[in-house]
Ligand binder design. Structure first.
Ligand code: PXP
Length: 247
């Protein structure tokens, strides 16, 4: 299972003072060197952390795929169509939220999503839709022409915090079922949001998930152990639990 590192929060720290420290491009290069399979950044409409220039610099420098998380806002879409990242993940966005709160309402915005997906596919960009782990949304994602769904693991991560196995196992089953549904519909499956060093184990064992996108927990851990070690620790955890599933 691959690991995409979301480096938004390196930019969050930079924006706290406004200079160029910590350097977001250096973080991308370091994560690549530590074994990341991809670099993910969310270019938010208000540009509160990642800026257009970061996206351009990272795209130019790294050799692993750049995954651009983005809303359907026209200026962001136009910018991304010029950048042509390796992949995009369309997410819903609310200005006041601290982080992406829910999955895309694919059925509710069907035509705009279908048009946007097609415009990226025409440029050879792999398109993913960030969705709740629900059968109807996975079906709508397929109808919209997406290549991948990224299953929202936020509810699972929140349930895990309660230490009530009944709660988080229920969320895990939803993720299992949605991954299975997506696979049957010939969609690729990624997952992410709220994943950390303690809750990732059960996600790794879900069949068909190709890549996890993890940000906050890895950047937080990097404060104490450095980015390189934080990335390697997560890579090792994923490999170890994938292995325990296979044996
Ligand atoms: N995937 C998507 C689509 C996201 O919006 C985010 C948050 O930016 C992540 C993954 C990473 O979430 P976290 O920072 O909680 O690991």
């Amino acid at each position: 299972m691959k690991l995409g590192i979301n480096i938004d929060h390196v930019a969050t720290l930079r924006e706290a003072r406004g200079g160029n420290s910590p350097d977001v491009l250096q973080a991308a290069v370091m994560a690549q060197k530590a074994g990341a399979d991809g670099i993910t950044v969310h270019l938010r409409e208000d540009r509160r952390h990642i800026k257009d220039a970061d996206v351009l610099a990272i795209k130019k420098k790294i050799k692993i795929p750049l995954n651009l998380e983005m809303s359907l806002a026209q200026d962001v879409v136009d910018f991304a169509l010029n950048v042509v990242p390796g992949k995009i993940c369309l997410v819903p966005e609310k200005r006041q939220e601290r982080t992406t709160e829910g999955g895309l309402d694919v059925a509710g915005d069907r035509e705009r999503i279908r048009r946007t997906v097609q415009s990226f596919k025409d440029k050879g960009v792999v398109v993913s839709l960030f969705v709740e782990p629900e059968s109807a949304v996975v079906e709508a994602a397929q109808e919209a022409g997406a290549d991948f769904v990224e299953l929202h693991t936020g509810a699972y991560a929140n349930a895990f915090l309660t230490d009530d196995p009944a709660l988080w196992k229920k969320e895990l089953i939803r993720l299992h079922n949605a991954a299975q549904e997506a696979h049957q519909r010939k969609l690729g499956v990624n997952a992410g949001h709220g994943l950390d060093y303690s809750n990732v184990e059960h996600i790794v064992k879900i069949p068909h998930i190709e890549e996890l996108n993890i940000g906050h927990s890895i950047i937080s851990r990097a404060v104490f152990v450095g980015l390189s070690k934080a990335v390697k620790e997560m890579k090792n955890l994923i490999a170890q639990h994938a292995l325990s599933e296979a044996t």
